[in-house]
Design a protein. Structure first.
Length: 266
């Protein structure tokens, strides 16, 4: 059985250090919330010129945005800082992680926690609170469970994307900008109905980078919409499967990367 005590100790110390400077922490949270609001503003501006986007009205698109935003923010809080791996690789400090009798990925994940991302989470929750009553939803236990499950499954998928991007750094070493294009580009793609994209791009964000499974497809289920031919709503039921596959790929890449790593030689 894995002893989680060392991870909890490190994580709690990181949390305490961030909360020690409350004014700075509050400003960071407010800044994160501001980013989320600005991103949603782009959705609002689009609907000043159209009544539907990708077959969904404003409430439906707001749900897609909120679920994607909330899922990505949760993943960013927990594992977003793994994108600091290139710094460890260049400085050789990753060797210290390898010398400890603990999982390297576990140490990296618990080395920090991005609590400032709570501001963006709050934006997602606020948009959900406003959009859910406006959307055409046949409420029942199933719908209520979907509302809870969608951002959680989305967070699991986005977390896998973060880890996969970090794993690529073992070969790229200084390729954070390249992998961020997929991580943050995937988040942006997930915030809009996949049906607005061209067929090749729609296939890419569904079956290669599973962004569509984080918000759009499950939202179609919630709204009772059939979805377009290439991405029908029933695919949303496979979101947990997509999460498992994403993590299998991410962990396989991570283990291969660790085997490839040879240290700095210093």
């Amino acid at each position: 059985m894995v002893d989680l005590a060392p991870y909890r100790a490190v994580l709690s110390s990181r949390i305490r250090s961030q909360l020690a400077y409350r004014r700075s922490f509050a400003l960071d949270v407010a800044g994160s919330a501001g980013v989320g609001l600005l991103e949603f503003l782009s959705v609002y501006v689009i609907f000043t010129n159209v009544t539907q986007l990708g077959g969904l009205d404003f409430a439906g698109v707001a749900l897609v945005f909120a679920f994607a935003n909330l899922g990505f923010s949760l993943a960013d809080i927990v594992v977003g800082h793994v994108d600091a791996l290139p710094t460890y690789l260049r400085s050789g400090t990753l060797d210290a992680f390898l010398l400890r009798p603990l999982s390297v990925l576990g140490q990296l994940v618990t080395s920090d926690v991005q609590l400032r991302r709570l501001g963006r989470c709050a934006v997602g929750v606020a948009i959900l609170a406003v959009a859910l009553p406006q959307a055409s939803i046949d409420w029942g236990w199933g719908a209520a469970l979907l509302v809870v499950a969608i951002p959680l499954v989305g967070a699991v998928i986005f977390a896998a994307v973060f880890v996969a991007a970090a794993a690529a750094q073992f070969w790229l070493v200084d390729g954070a900008e390249f992998t961020n294009a997929f991580v943050y580009g995937g988040s942006n793609a997930a915030s809009y109905p996949t049906s607005v994209f061209t067929t090749p791009l729609r296939a890419a964000v569904t079956f290669v980078l599973p962004a569509a499974f984080t918000a759009y497809l499950p939202t179609l289920l919630l709204l009772g919409e059939p979805g377009p031919a290439w991405t029908p709503a029933w695919l949303g039921w496979f979101a947990p499967v997509a999460a498992v596959v994403a993590w299998v790929v991410a962990l396989t890449g991570w283990k291969a990367g660790l085997r490839h790593y040879t240290g700095t030689g210093s």
